[in-house]
Design a protein around this ligand. Structure first.
Ligand SMILES: NC(=O)c1ccc[n+]([C@@H]2O[C@H](COP(=O)([O-])OP(=O)(O)OC[C@H]3O[C@@H](n4cnc5c(N)ncnc54)[C@H](O)[C@@H]3O)[C@@H](O)[C@H]2O)c1
Length: 293
């Protein structure tokens, strides 16, 4: 039986024939590509109205357009999650699109700015905290009026972390700290908005997922900040990414022997957002193929 047929059967069995997220409005940050874009597509397939957003407005528009053309509902919003004005505009647009309701936030936007400790500048340090901790906090705070409600409908917040935030990583002190930070934010939200409003908050921490972030640095992937500075992202040749792409050799410290795909990563976010996880709250779910057990 095909995968999609099996999923269809499960949904009908669970009594969600219109999709696991039918009628819910979801903001997914950094969803112009990679894990965020896949999450947007999977959420839309499950009946969610999706607010696609990205630093790169054109990419956000393209993902939203694809979703709309394939029968889903989405809008694309250009938004730098490090800009207060952009966050306010994102919340406003999402609430308009959702007729006054927002049900799901996936704080996914992010990038790395790697250096060994003695070469990490204040700007590299501050930027990682700004994008991975301050931005999710400000989006959650901005959405408070839509989450601190009792209308019987589900509300879920998912913050994206990394194994670097759980175990640390040489050359990523700034990213490791910031990705550790969001796990505390998640738990605070779960404790503050759970009891009265039933809001669930969880962290999903990824290992090695094949996206632009982990592609060879030599391919030229970059993030441009508002001040014009350009940050190269990716993994330099000769490190982890290359082995798999060029040789398909098993990666010894990943029990499944391979990196995950963006679709596999996004599927785990969908699972956490879905009613199947209705009693999972305040947790950090590791999506790593078994790495770092
Ligand atoms: N790929 C991995 O192996 C991996 C592992 C652990 C954690 N993560 C995390 O997963 C998330 C998604 O990463 P990805 O692998 O899909 O990377 P990606 O580079 O493919 O996509 C990230 C997207 O976020 C956007 N973005 C970055 N800064 C932004 C900002 N300030 N405002 C709005 N959008 C912004 C980028 O433009 C890009 O489209 C990130 O938080 C990343 O740290 C990824």
């Amino acid at each position: 039986m095909s995968y999609s047929k099996r999923i269809e059967q499960v949904k009908n069995h669970l009594n969600y024939p219109k999709g696991l997220l039918a009628g819910q409005v979801a903001i997914i940050t950094g969803s112009g590509q990679g894990i965020g874009a896949e999450t947007a597509r999977l959420f839309a397939n499950e009946g969610a109205k999706v607010v696609v957003n990205d630093l790169d407005g054109k990419k956000a528009e393209d993902v939203a357009q694809q979703i709309n053309e394939s029968g889903g509902e989405a809008i694309g919003v250009k938004c730098d999650m490090m800009s207060d004005a952009d966050i306010n505009n994102l919340v406003k647009k999402a609430a308009e699109f959702g007729n006054g309701k927002i049900h799901i936030i996936v704080n996914n936007a992010g990038f790395t700015w790697d250096a060994v400790i003695h070469k990490t500048t204040d700007k590299m340090w501050d930027t990682m905290i700004a994008v991975h901790c301050t931005a999710p906090f400000k989006l959650i705070r901005g959405c408070a009026p839509y989450f601190r409600v009792r209308d019987g409908e589900p509300r879920v917040i998912i913050n994206i972390s990394s194994t670097s935030g759980i175990h640390g990583n040489a050359g990523q002190a700034n990213y490791a700290l910031a990705k550790a930070g969001v796990t505390g934010l998640t738990k605070a939200v779960a404790k503050e908005w759970g009891p009265q409003f039933g809001v669930r908050a969880n962290t999903v921490a990824f290992g090695y997922i094949l996206t632009r972030l982990t592609a060879a640095k030599e391919l030229g992937g970059a993030v441009q900040l508002a001040d014009g500075s350009k940050i190269a992202i990716g993994i330099p040749k000769g490190q982890g990414a290359k082995k798999n792409e060029e040789g398909n050799k098993p990666i010894p410290d990943i029990p499944l022997g391979r990196p995950g795909t963006a679709t596999e990563a996004a599927s785990s976010i969908l699972a956490v957002a879905s009613p199947l996880f209705s009693y999972v709250n305040g947790q950090t779910i590791m999506v790593t193929g078994g790495r770092n057990m």
